[in-house]
Design a protein around this ligand. Structure first.
Ligand code: FES
Length: 595
């Protein structure tokens, strides 16, 4: 039917003739092709209805469903829809689009000109999917929004949702989202959507069943004395007064505190005690700041206040036996902290090679078991010799990565996390330091050095660091070979070797980076593995960009560490990727009901 004949029948250009109404009365359910749609036509209770024939859940043909009492039920997963409005009663399925119908001169006319704002609809669905923790719904919404280049809006939605809807505040879900966000660069489009879906589903899962969080208001007046707010904040955290501390953070933001000040304020309190909650609060804090960078600092009060409860309630290593006996590591660290201001210079005053930095990593890694003070003494010596604060932090993070690279498979599986916690804590302190450098912040790096020292049992025996094999490698792409390896259980050393073999040049390292991300996304979410891969990629990036003059810092080591850690935790069921795959196939218009 062309446009002129449509107009001749009294309809606008978007209306199309479908079939005689008498025929539909006989069939009750029929389909017609209208524009880009296959429309299901339904005759029910003396009315004609037109709906999209593709079930919004997983695409099953609606004309194979059944109609009763105003409802149409899809016969795949039995989602029920109101025939009149298309509204679903099973919210995981989404509403089915309906179309205006006109019955005229014995014929049925349908208008499929879409009035649906797909972006607005997807944003609504994303919110609903997170509220009900429906990964498929989240995946479908993210695919469309990512395709429209709305990554910042996706992240902002997840960030706001996680901070508002988890009474305990910032959690693992938001950290996973933050890690995923930081790994988006260079990923192909579909992988980006998968990474975001993983993060958002983790946020939703974290909030499920939790009470909503209500924000503490700022003080009635703003103040110029931000330092006093910072002092109060530390005092309140000291006595675990969450509300008082939260009010300080919100008031500082209202009073105009900038990013570096806020990082300094939060990190100061986190680092007032040793290695709290095995580093998680510091890592979460760093991640929150990165997320604010990516989303434009529009929800600063909501986001940063969400960290406070975690910090106030954290376990402090002062309370742990391992840090008190046989040597009192807290005492050793406190003495070292007293020397930090005199030893520290932000810029450094000498080339790293002249500061003893080339032996610092090995000293920290192999320090004498009965002399824990050696690790922190080596750090102070390097600072006094002119190593910059950032230089010290990078070296200690490298030592922490080396623990994972040398982790021996004779350890228990759970021990991987011990090495991982030290590494991610160090990386969080490094990045906090880069945002707000100070001698005070370096307390976290001395804590990391002490934790690396404590973790030395994980390298007894030590796994040999892989060296690249001679000659050309296999022709098969690296990513495929890594994936094949990760299909098998615990191919830890083989994965490390494969990375070392492939990282002989810049291009090889880039391929390894991409393959690690892809392999990570293929697995079900494991919080620590995600943290490890993200931290390793960050350190690798910093080493090759800024520290290539320190030839004792091999940028491949973090990649080896990440591959080994990933291999130790693969394969998983990969169910989450399968759910996303369904969303992707639906988005492409594939027929999932066909085998
Ligand atoms: S309920 Fe229709 S495809 Fe699942």
């Amino acid at each position: 039917m062309n446009t002129s004949s449509i107009s001749a029948n009294g309809h606008g250009a978007d209306w199309q003739y479908t079939m005689p109404v008498a025929e539909l009365m006989e069939q009750q359910l029929a389909t017609a092709r209208v524009g880009d749609y296959t429309v299901a036509l339904v005759y029910h209770k003396d009315q004609v209805h037109a709906i999209d024939n593709r079930c919004p859940h997983m695409g099953y043909p609606m004309d194979r469903g059944s109609v009763r009492n105003g409802l149409i039920t899809c016969h795949w997963h039995h989602a029920r829809f109101d025939l009149q409005s298309g509204g679903a009663f099973d919210l995981w399925a989404d509403d089915v689009p309906t179309f205006p119908v006109d019955v005229r001169d014995g014929g049925i006319w349908v208008d499929v000109a879409s009035t649906l704002d797909r972006v607005a609809h997807s944003e609504e669905r994303l919110q609903m999917g997170m509220e009900r923790s429906l990964s498929l719904v989240v995946g479908k919404a993210v695919i469309l929004l990512e395709e429209r280049n709305l990554i910042d809006r996706i992240l902002a939605t997840g960030l706001r949702f996680g901070c508002e809807n988890r009474n305990e505040g910032w959690g693992q879900g938001l950290t996973i989202l933050g890690c995923m966000a930081s790994m988006l660069d260079g990923l192909p489009r579909e992988q980006r959507a998968l990474a975001l879906s993983h993060g958002l589903a983790a946020v939703a899962g974290d909030s499920a069943g939790s009470a909503r969080r209500f924000l503490v208001q700022s003080l009635p007046d703003t103040t110029d004395d931000l330092d006093l707010l910072k002092t109060w904040f530390r005092e309140f955290i000291e006595v675990r007064d969450t509300e008082g501390a939260e009010r300080c953070v919100v008031s500082a933001i209202r009073s105009g505190a900038d990013g570096p000040f806020l990082m300094d304020m939060l990190a100061s309190a986190i680092l007032d005690h040793r290695y709290i909650d095995t580093g998680h609060p510091m890592d979460f804090c760093n991640r929150a700041f990165h997320m604010l960078d990516m989303t434009g600092w529009t929800e600063t009060e909501l986001v940063l206040s969400s960290l406070v409860r975690l910090v106030a309630g954290a376990m402090r290593m002062e309370e742990s036996h391992a840090w008190r006996h046989p040597d009192d590591l807290i005492e050793i660290l406190n003495r070292a902290f007293a020397e930090l201001p005199a030893a520290y210079a932000e810029e450094g005053s000498a080339e790293p090679r002249e500061t003893g930095a080339s032996t610092l990593v090995e000293t920290v890694l192999s320090g004498h078991p009965n002399e824990p003070a050696l690790a922190v003494a080596a750090c102070l010596d390097a600072l006094r010799a002119g190593l910059s604060g950032e230089g010290l932090a990078v070296h200690i993070c490298y030592a922490a990565a080396m623990r994972i690279a040398r982790f021996h498979t004779s350890n228990e599986i759970g021990d991987w996390d011990t090495a991982l916690h030290t590494f991610t804590f160090g990386m969080a302190v490094l990045q906090a330091y880069q945002r707000a450098p100070s001698a005070d912040m370096l307390r976290g790096i001395l804590d990391t050095a002490m934790s690396v020292h404590l973790d030395r049992f994980l390298n007894i025996p030590a796994q040999r660091i892989p060296t690249p094999a001679d000659g050309p490698g296999p022709e098969e792409p690296f990513g495929e070979r890594l994936n094949d390896l990760l299909d098998q259980q615990y191919r830890v050393n083989q994965s490390g070797q494969m990375v070392a073999d492939h990282c002989t040049n810049e291009a090889g390292q880039n391929e390894v980076r991409a393959a690690l991300k892809e392999a990570l996304l293929r697995e079900d979410r494991d919080f620590h593995t995600i943290q490890c891969v993200e931290a390793a990629l960050t350190l690798h990036d910093q080493l090759r960009r800024n520290w290539s003059h320190c030839d004792w810092l091999d940028p491949v080591i973090p990649l080896v560490a990440a591959a080994r850690y990933l291999a130790a935790h693969a394969p998983t069921m990969r169910a989450q990727g399968q759910t996303f795959g369904i969303a992707l196939r639906l988005h492409r218009g594939e027929d999932l009901a066909v085998g």
